[in-house]
Design a protein around this ligand. Structure first.
Ligand code: CTP
Length: 401
């Protein structure tokens, strides 16, 4: 999303300036071109040379570069930017922006900017919560400026509260999401993704589960968010970190997953059910830990769980519904049956026993099957690449529906 994007980064004088150095480096790793404008106070914390080296571009610091000549760099920079980011943004720059004050290079460039502006306020909690700052922020938001809320935590002044500059990677993710929501091919679409395996309790310490890691579903959720979709990730327990910019709903049992899916179903455009759902649950869940008995065997009677995908298929209206088929034999035959029986638009079939595929693997080998019987086979590729191919196909289905 940020490849080739021209980002002007305004850096104002706060202790968090050091994080802006890392931010520039991370933005460049994403393929963005970055030009930095520093205020005089920012230069008290870090020298322009640091930003010059890290951005690979000259750093703009003054309207009067040669001390004699007025240069129009502020207009050139304002016109150059695809996105204008101010991080850290002090209370002072927010106040100046809100009032249209242009008394140095950064504030003047901001006033001339045509590009969308993102500000990342960072200051002491008292300053942040001061009604003057809050009013300025509200005014900027009314004018279309995007505000990334500060993090809450320990501040340099020794107090704890709201006002910390978020971590550089969080700012990068925020900018990526901002751009994706304006330019991504899935912008405006609501996507429900389910991931990982459900667990059915036997007693307070034991459950029936499966080997699903959540990698495939998480990759799909992340890819959809990066393409600008609003993503709801309904996930069973997983060791993976949640992907950025998705709304997550953590569930444990099949019944909980069903409820979360049904609650969201009417409002979503696309459903991708990558979760490995427990087909059965113990009939009785013991209140206390089941103790070892003298018998050699223990019988757990299981009841059938609802088939979430089938339920969604029966209620399908405008949605594109995509299922997964995890098979260990007769892959195509079983997947074909599921795509029809569950009223799907597509099923992603994979042989979970194949090397380089299935649970916990980094790669997958899948086939896309459609209700008309057609099949498209993909070679072995990383799950992130499978996610992109899957979304490409879903977008084709969407446009032909
Ligand atoms: N699925 C579901 N609810 C269930 C079982 C499965 O929503 N109770 C969904 C899965 O999320 C997946 C698809 O149905 O998208 C196929 O799951 P899979 O386990 O391969 O098949 P089942 O339909 O459970 O059939 P079987 O276990 O007999 O192969």
């Amino acid at each position: 999303m940020l490849k080739g994007k021209k980002i002007v980064l305004g850096v104002t004088g706060g202790i968090a300036v050091y994080k802006a150095v890392d931010l520039v480096s991370r933005l460049r790793k994403q393929g963005a071109e970055v030009r930095v404008v520093m205020t005089e106070h920012a230069q008290e914390f870090v020298t322009p040379l640091t930003f010059k080296e890290i951005s690979g571009n000259k750093v703009a610091v003054s309207m009067w570069e040669s001390n004699q000549e007025f240069n129009v760099e502020h207009i050139a920079l304002a016109n150059w930017a695809d996105v204008f980011v101010v991080a850290p943004a002090t209370a002072n720059i927010l106040a100046k922006m809100a009032c249209g004050i242009a008394d140095d290079l950064l504030s003047t460039t901001l006033l001339a900017a045509q590009a969308p502006i993102i500000v990342c306020p960072a200051m002491n909690t008292g300053m942040y919560e001061n009604p003057a700052t809050q009013e300025n922020i509200a005014r900027l938001q009314q004018r279309g400026v995007t505000v990334m809320p500060p993090a809450v935590g320990m501040l340099a002044c020794g107090t704890a509260g709201a006002g910390r500059l978020p971590e550089p990677q969080q700012i990068v993710d925020f900018i990526k999401n901002f751009v994706a929501k304006r330019e991504g091919d899935m912008r405006g679409l609501k996507v429900l993704v389910t991931a990982a395996g459900t667990r059915e309790p036997i007693d307070p310490v034991r459950f029936v589960g499966n080997r699903s890691s959540g990698k495939m579903g998480y990759a799909i959720a992340q890819a959809a968010a990066e393409r600008g979709a609003d993503v709801l990730l309904v996930t069973g327990p997983s060791a993976l970190p949640l992907p950025p910019n998705v709304q997550a709903c953590k569930v444990e049992t099949t019944a909980e997953m069903l409820k979360s899916c049904l609650d969201a179903y009417d409002s979503v455009d696309i459903v991708i059910k990558a979760a490995a759902v427990a087909d059965y649950r113990p009939h009785d869940v013991a209140d206390q830990k089941i103790k070892k008995k003298t018998d050699d065997a223990l019988t757990v009677v299981m009841d059938k769980n609802p088939d979430i995908l089938k339920e969604l298929g029966m209620r399908k209206k405008h949605q594109i519904l995509v299922g997964f088929a995890a098979e260990t034999q007769n892959l195509l035959e079983n997947a074909r049956e599921k795509v029809v029986k569950k009223n799907l638009d597509m099923i992603v079939a994979n042989d979970v026993t194949a090397a380089g595929a299935g649970f916990n693997a980094e790669t997958n080998i899948v086939k896309f099957l459609f209700p008309d019987g057609s099949v498209s086979s993909l070679e072995q590729m990383p799950k992130t690449a499978v996610a992109e191919k899957l979304l490409d196909t879903v977008m084709q289905l969407k446009s032909s529906k």
